[in-house]
Design a protein around this ligand. Sequence first.
Ligand SMILES: NC(=O)c1ccc[n+]([C@@H]2O[C@H](COP(=O)([O-])OP(=O)(O)OC[C@H]3O[C@@H](n4cnc5c(N)ncnc54)[C@H](O)[C@@H]3O)[C@@H](O)[C@H]2O)c1
Length: 419
Amino acid sequence: MDNVRVGVLGVKRGTALTDFWEEAGGGKFEVVAVCDKWIEGLEAEKEKHKDKNIAYYSDFDDFINHDMDAVVLANYGSEHAPFAVRCLDRGLHVYSEVTACQNMKEAVELVEAVERSGKVYALAEQYCFMPAPRRMKEYYEAGKLGVLELADCEYAHDSSDAWHRLTFGDPNHWRNRAYSTFYCTHSIGPILHATGLRPVRVSGWESANNERRTSVGARTASFGVSMITLDNGAIVKAVNGNLRSGTLWYTMYGSKGKMESARSITRDGGVGHFMAELCDEDGKETLEDLYLAGDVKDPDYSPYGNAEYVCFEGFIDRVLGDADADTIGVYEALDMTLPGLFAYRSILKGGVPLEVPDMRDPATREKYRNDTLCTDPAAAGDMLVPSYSKGNPEIDPSVYEKVRRKFLEEMEKGEFKPE
Ligand SMILES: NC(=O)c1ccc[n+]([C@@H]2O[C@H](COP(=O)([O-])OP(=O)(O)OC[C@H]3O[C@@H](n4cnc5c(N)ncnc54)[C@H](O)[C@@H]3O)[C@@H](O)[C@H]2O)c1
């Protein structure tokens, strides 16, 4: 195979991602099918690509039977695992948006589906491939930081102004019940991917549910903090959520010094800017202060965009047979996802430390095979928990109507753009 035939589930994020890759002159793959149950979105996609030979589906059961090699899963953020299992069982390679799963039962089913299929599974955690995190990985693997002792990582993004585009005013949209530590892979992913270390224990804390959240219909805390112990004893502090002034920042302290990306508030390159203070073999300290824009394949693309390219390219290369292509496979995907789930379980228990399960271990899988605890009524059964630790806040239906109206107005004016 020298060209991967890709199907995309989810027209907002999914096709934005593959559009970007095509624009970047990626080659090596073509989009042959697109699926979304949102008919207006699907029609707009059809119009945009009318010169291409792409099949469009509104029903996943029809889409999955299309003749293709791989799928991009950019469906609801809480529903990736069951769709991934179906695709893998059908013999398709899977590139899954974050996070990998929403409960432990799904984690077990996902890992076993990947193992029995022998297909490539990769998590679309492109933050690991942003310039500073990539440089951190290179340095860590070369031993320049020594052994990791402490890391800080923050991904918080106030998307209140875009909530109508993200949730369509649907009270049951997954983002309205995505608890404070759910979306944790953008923060801890780059630390785990750089070091190859595994999370073993986590405790969680969360803030109050505030007006910024309730005014758009989100039944969650504003932000969450997780303290994670890794298997070498290092400690990671991760911040996730909707802080008013967003943050994207990584720092790692090791036995030979420290390295970090620029904090966003400095307006100084953010994750495109890498700094390190490291001791060489003779104990001499060196300082590095590098703007990594030169690393991107096309300087017009932002570090964000380039990371999408590199992350997806790794998946395509794996499918094409390059066993060394850098991807985030299923065990690592779960190492990145489960600290968020267990941090929230810890929050619900008042912050007690909990073990982060290692899904490589068959005995651990048995323990969690029927564990459906999550905030999604459709998946939780009798293990449903609220999406805010003090109980779901009451939100007047008029809030969702207002958000819905805003979304429809944008659609009517043709101004709707996916986030
Ligand atoms: N990696 C990143 O930086 C990043 C950025 C944005 C979004 N995401 C992820 O991308 C995914 C999609 O997010 P989004 O905000 O674009 O959209 P979303 O979560 O609102 O919806 C996804 C799309 O999938 C469609 N869909 C859902 N279930 C379907 C089904 N069974 N059959 C057919 N269509 C179905 C919906 O109609 C919708 O258009 C989420 O998992 C999100 O976490 C990741």
